[in-house]
Design a protein around this ligand. Sequence first.
Ligand SMILES: Cc1cc2nc3c(=O)[nH]c(=O)nc-3n(C[C@H](O)[C@H](O)[C@H](O)COP(=O)(O)O)c2cc1C
Length: 190
Amino acid sequence: MIIVGSVREGRFGPVVATWVAEQAREHGGFDIDVVDLADVEVPLSMPAVSPRFAGDSYPRPAGMASLTSHLQDADAFIVVTPEYNHSYPASLKAAIDWHFTQWRAKPVAFVSYGGAAGGRHAVLHLENVLTELHAVTIRDGLAFPNYFRAWEDGRPLDPEASGFAKTLLDQLAWWAAALRAARNSVPYPA
Ligand SMILES: Cc1cc2nc3c(=O)[nH]c(=O)nc-3n(C[C@H](O)[C@H](O)[C@H](O)COP(=O)(O)O)c2cc1C
C-alpha cells in the first residue's frame, strides 16, 4: 500500500507516489494499492476512546472505510511524505492516529521530499510514531532534497534513483514476507 501523505492544494505528493508505484510494479514483488489521503475523510476530532482499545468496533467515519480496509489488508506500506515545519503533514498524523492494529507487525518504508533535508526530518518523526504502533520501519528510505530542481516530467533526474528504490523495495519485500509468516504462525504479543 502506497500512501500519499499530503493533501495540500497544488501538492507534489502524487507525482512522487506515481513514480514510486511504477518502481514497485517494475520490481514485481508486490500487488500495489495507492491510497491518496486527499480522497479520504480524516477528521481531526476523534472518539473518546483510543483505537488501540476499541478494536474492530471503533467508530470511524464512513469516508474512512476504504482507507481502514486497505490498511487492514496490506502486508507492507510505503509512505510518501513531504516535510512541513521539520515534520510530516497533519493529514498523515490523523490517518495514522485513527488506526492501531492495522499497522501492527507490518513493515513501513518511506519516500520523502522537501528542501535541503529531503524530508528526512519528517521521516525521523514517522519512524518514532510508527514504532509506537508496533510497525517495523525500513532503514533504507529514499529522499529527494530540493525536489523542485530534482524532478522533471514526473521522474527524478538522478539516474541512481531507481536503484535506490529497488534497494528499498527489496528490503520491504523481505520484511513483508517475514512478518506475514510470523503473524500467521504466532499471535503478536501485544
Ligand atoms: C506548511 C509548510 C511547511 C513547510 N516546511 C518545510 C520544512 O520544514 N522543510 C522543508 O524542506 N520544506 C518545507 N516545506 C516545503 C515543502 O517541502 C514543499 O512545499 C513540498 O512541495 C510540500 O509537499 P506537497 O507539495 O506534497 O504538499 C513546507 C511547506 C509547507 C506547506
